[in-house]
Design a binder for this molecule. Structure first.
Ligand code: SAM
Length: 371
């Protein structure tokens, strides 16, 4: 047990209080009347999902189902999606130099990998999962994560033989999800932090059979992702850009490693610029026709929609790359029984915390390179 800090050394305003003050000021404006209910969920125990490891030999699925869990991915509402506009061109909010964004509706019939499975307890049930146990091959049966963070992986729509880049990959939850598709031709996993890259490697060895972790199908690097486009551009079919952010839930709950602590003010202020540079690098790394998923675990408009808007503008301005925003409404419609989605987001989709289904926040926006 850790000894409690002496009152004299405790900060007058702990980072969790500073975070909550900041969120009260910004999110009450951004989310309006939704904020009080999101706030109470954010301050309550979060809900996990168990991402099933289909490489494990244990009968984990049956075991979890017997405990009352369901796979939210296969157990969806099949009711047809109400008619969407055939194809719409939407203007980007904000500055006059913004480029109009073509919003594609081509993914109305979203293909979801049948291999990714994530189990959750029913709505309102906050039973905790036990830690996963290793099977005879020493592979763990499931990975515990915020179930909403599987959504960007599903929406990325990995197809057989795809070359995939996960630009900010550690500790590896989404990489494990992507690998469950068993369709990836070659996977590049990168994270600038050397210590977190080590953790990523450990996670991979706990979930993925050794024969799939060879240099024939996998490369793991610890580079600065913002420079990726300069080295390897026009290459990847799919790019995941899961950026560092204010991790809102952590920021209001844990004082340790909190981005709202006084000595991290500069780092926090630089986040939107870092996120923009990472997204632009991911866009450059994708091939024409390739798709890029931008995701965060914050509710912040400045770190979400604003970053995407600027990236679309700068990709065209500086690199001549034209992008369309992929409509993810088929996905939100499909999973509306499991998650609460923010209504009427101008760009992308967002799972917002709710006491009955305390997942998120997870923001995601998918872009497709037209050139
Ligand atoms: N995708 C991961 C997962 O599902 O487990 C979580 C990624 S976390 C939200 C963001 C990661 O970005 C951190 O591990 C951090 O080390 C990494 N990061 C921060 N700056 C970076 C940079 N310039 N290039 C690459 N990765 C960076």
């Amino acid at each position: 047990r850790m000894k409690e800090k002496w009152a004299a050394t405790l900060p007058k305003f702990p980072p969790t209080s500073l975070a909550l003050q900041h969120f009260d000021a910004t999110y009450s404006v951004q989310l309006g009347q939704l904020w009080p209910s999101v706030r109470i969920a954010l301050l309550s125990e979060r809900k996990y999902g168990a991402l099933l490891n289909t490489f494990s030999h244990d009968a984990v699925l049956e075991d979890l189902q017997a405990k009352g869990c369901r796979d939210f991915i296969t157990d969806t509402d099949t009711e047809a999606l109400p008619c969407l506009d055939p194809e719409s061109v939407v203007g980007v909010e904000g500055e006059s130099n913004d480029v109009p964004v073509k919003k594609s509706n081509a993914d109305r019939h979203l293909k979801i990998s049948p291999k990714i499975k994530c189990l959750v307890f029913p709505r309102g049930d906050i039973t905790r999962f036990k830690p996963a146990r290793p099977d005879t091959q020493r592979l763990l049966g499931y990975y515990l994560l915020d179930a909403a963070s599987v959504l960007p992986c599903l929406a990325l729509d990995i197809q057989e033989g795809h070359i995939v880049l996960d630009l900010c990959a550690a500790p590896g939850g989404k990489a494990v999800a992507l690998l469950q598709t068993q369709a990836i031709g070659f996977l590049c996993l990168n994270d600038t932090s050397v210590s977190r890259t080590l953790r990523l490697k450990k996670v991979l060895h706990s979930y993925i059979p050794k024969e799939l972790l060879t240099s024939k199908n996998l490369r793991i690097t610890s580079s600065d992702g913002t420079k990726w486009g300069e080295i390897e551009n026009n290459t990847f079919d799919r790019v995941l850009v899961d950026v560092p952010c204010t991790t809102d839930r952590h920021s209001v709950m844990e004082d340790d490693n909190n981005i709202f602590s006084k000595n991290r003010i500069g780092e926090r202020r630089r986040l939107p610029q870092l996120q923009l540079e990472l997204l632009l690098a991911g866009i450059e790394a994708a091939c024409p026709g390739g798709e890029i998923m931008y995701s965060t675990c914050t509710l912040s408009h400045i770190q979400n929609q604003s970053v995407v808007e600027q990236a679309i503008h700068l990709a065209q301005e500086n690199h001549g790359i034209i992008l369309e925003v992929v409509d993810l409404r088929p996905l939100t419609h499909m999973f509306r029984k499991t998650f609460h989605f923010a209504p009427n987001l101008h760009l992308g989709e967002m799972v917002i915390p709710h006491l009955g289904a305390n997942f998120g926040p997870i923001y995601m926006c998918k872009l497709r390179r037209l050139t």
